[in-house]
Design a protein around this ligand. Sequence first.
Ligand code: FAD
Length: 384
Amino acid sequence: MPHLWNAEHARTVSRSSSRPYDYLIVGAGLYGAVFARQAKDAGKRCLVIDRRPHIAGNVYTEKVEGIDVHRYGAHIFHTNSKQVWDYVGRFAEFNRFTNSPVANYKGEIFDLPFNMNTFNRMWGVTTPEQARARIDEQRRAAGITDPRNLEEQAISLVGTDLYEKLIKHYTEKQWGRPCTELPAFIIRRLPVRLTYDNNYFNARYQGIPVDGYTAMVAAMLNGTEVRLGVDYLQDKAALDALADVVIYTGPIDAYFGYRLGALQYRSVRFETEVLDQENFQGNAVVNYTDADTPYTRIIEHKHFTGGTQARTVISREYSAEWKPGQEPYYPINDETNDALYRQYRALAEQESTVVFGGRLGSYTYYDMDQVIEAALQKAEDLLG
Ligand code: FAD
C-alpha cells in the first residue's frame, strides 16, 4: 500500500490542536473501522463518517429471513497472517467455512478450483500423471510456449477443454472483453492442483463470522462516534474543521473532483431473491461458465454459515461496465489507469493532513486481510 503520509508530521499536528477530534475517518469499511479501533485504543478522539446508511462498507451483511446476506458480493475471510487472524478473532467468532465453489456448464457440474476432481470429471483421468500429460498435450497442440494473453495463459495452465468450458465465457462475462484481449497476469495465480482438494484458498486460516461481518465491524467501532449518510465531499470544509487529520478511504479521483479524469472500474449488479424452499443449489457459490447464462454466479447465502432456515436467499451476480456515480468494485489496473492513479497519488502527497487508504484510496484490489494489515500498519506509523 502506498505510503502517502508523513507520520512524524501527523503526530505533531495531532498533539497541538484544539479541534474536537484528532481523526476524521471517512469510510466505515474495514480500513476505517480498524484504524478507528487502533486510534481509540491509543486514546485518540475519532469521528467516523460514511455516506452509506450503514457501517461495514463492502463487507456489509444484513439479516434476511435470519440469514446473513452479503449485500456487496460474497466475502470469504482467508489469510496467512496469524496477526490478522488473531486480530479479527477479537471482534467476531469465525466458523470453519471452506470455499469450494462449483462450476455449472450447461448442466454439467465441475469442482473448483482446478484439481484432480475437475480433471477426472473432464477427462476420466485418475492420477496426477495422467492429468499432467493431458494438460501438456493440449498446450503443445495449441502451440503455446510464452503466453501473451489470458487465453494462452489459461490453456497453458489447464488445457483447451477446461479453458473452453470453465474459463473462457465466465471470464469474458466478467471483464466484458475477449480473453485474447485480456492480460495473462489476471489468471497467473489461478489455483491448479494435482490433488483431490476442492479448497479454493491456500490460506492457513479461513472462515466466516458466525454473526455476520456487520456485527464484527460494529464491535471494532464500539465506543467511537459514527455518523451515517454523511458525504465528506459534499461538506468537506466544515468536516475538515472538526479534526486535525483526515483518514480518507473513498475513491482517490473523487477526492480531487476527477480533475485529471475518472479511474475505471468493473462493477457488479446483484439481483437478490428470497425463495420459498430450503436449499436451492446445495453450495454457497456456483459459477455459471457458459456464454448464454447472463450472470456469472449465484450465491446462496445460508451455506456460508450452514443455515437451516425454512427459506433461502440467493443473489445472481451480473458483471457490468462501471460509470461514474455507480458503485466501483474492481479497479482495472491496466497501463492507462495505473498511470492516471500515479498522477492522483502525486497530488495526494501534497495533502499534508490527509491519509489516503483502503481499496478506493489506493486504487488496488485488496482482500480483507490485506486491508486490515494496511490499516494496522498505518495506525502504527501514526500512533506509534
Ligand atoms: P470499503 O469497504 O469500500 O469502504 C469504504 C467506505 O467509504 C464505503 O463504505 C463508502 O461508502 C465510504 N465512502 C466513500 N466515499 C465517501 C465519501 N465521500 N464520504 C463518506 N463516505 C465515503 N476480500 C476477501 O478477503 N474475500 C472475499 O471473498 C472478497 N470478496 C469480494 C467480493 C467483491 C465483489 C468485491 C468487490 C471485493 C471483495 N473482497 C473480498 C475485498 C473486500 O471487499 C475489501 O478488501 C474491503 O471491503 C475493503 O475495505 P475498505 O475499507 O478499503 O473499502
